[in-house]
Design a protein around this ligand. Sequence first.
Ligand SMILES: [Cu+2]
Length: 449
Amino acid sequence: MRHLTLPLLLLLALVAVACGSTDDTSDAAATSTIAPTTVPSTTASTAEIATSAPPPVPDFFAEYEAAAAELPKAEYDRDLPPQPPDEPIGAYGYSRYVFTRSGDDVIPSLVEGPLGYQVRCQQEAQDCSYRELKALWESGETPPAYLGMDRATLGELVDQLDRVNAAISQYVDIGDACAAGFRKSTNQVANMGIHMIDGGASGFDPDRPQMVLFAQESGIGLGRDEIGDCAGGEWTGDDGYVPVGAVFNLALTEDHPEGFAGPIDNWHVHYNTCIGRADEAGSSLVNDPEVIGVAEGARASTSEAACRDRGGTFLPVIPNWMMHTYVADDFDAQSGVFSMFNPTVWPLSDADGLADERVIDPGADVTAAPIINFSFGEIRVGVGETVRFSNSDAVPHTVTAGSFLDPTGDFDSGVLGTGQAYDLSFDEPGEYALFCVLHPEMTATVVVE
Ligand SMILES: [Cu+2]
């Protein structure tokens, strides 16, 4: 550890940052003695909630794309628009630019996607998973317009994905990766897995991605130090961690990398990342303490000032194009082969129930706050009124008080699967910050009037 080269150091840093997670996703019991007060944690299933004639699903994808398209275009693909928006816009997996709020500032968090203002092929309704692309190729049919490629290109893409599949499938479990000289980078990140680095991989090579992701059911919630590690070429943790996907990391060139055939590979760049010590309640070890120099680390998108206030290490930009590639046979990502999150990797949610449960009518006495496309939306309630958060995404989320770098412990929903809900009410007017511990970029403020 004492002789790390700068490139490796950067790689470790970016892995920690780009794939951040928390150690504690446990179902913390809500307390009733704090202000704001939490209603007893009701993780009600949607089956118990009236769903008469649900309103049509809003097209958030189009809204995010339109908002991003209003921004002046940057000179290079990797760059941010020259005029930042006044308000947060976009969402992970849906828009080219994601801007989030950090204190009083609106800061860029992510640039993702190909050359337009959109992120391509990350909708469940589209045939963009590895299995679906393979089936389409084998069917002999003409690719649909949203794929933006002809049949020859589709064949090339499927061939590349088959090679990535073969590359990760040579490791039956995580011990094989240890034996091959891989190094652990993260704990088991929700809906991603443990990031294992192949230090010998360089450049874009479908036969050798920079990282292989491993996961198993009981790995969720274990800290980076608890989960196990490679020692002497052997895995010290539990058995059963299997490959669930790959990650590519390329040098941050000005323009989008060539990468896979066709236009659906959504490479991303992280901006305004803070790595640093979290409060005890928010402890997380996604970074490497010996590299970063803090005993406990956490990461989130924050302003530089907010990061310095927390004693964190601020990285204006992580110098890599990165992309997940979900090609494992038993972990087909319906959200798209190149999506950031994979709903089939633990913690699981009920993706099948999504179509019916996407919009939840909570009834007259409750204010609805559906979580859709990695966004909490805007939440305003009166004193004493109940706000019902309901997870309408294919992946789990949490509703947790404070922010990732400053969790207050006032309330915590625990992990909410698809269609699950969590009720909160507040005794005093004010603004109450919350975030998702599984996806710390997800933040919101409840305004209580
Ligand atoms: Cu989340």
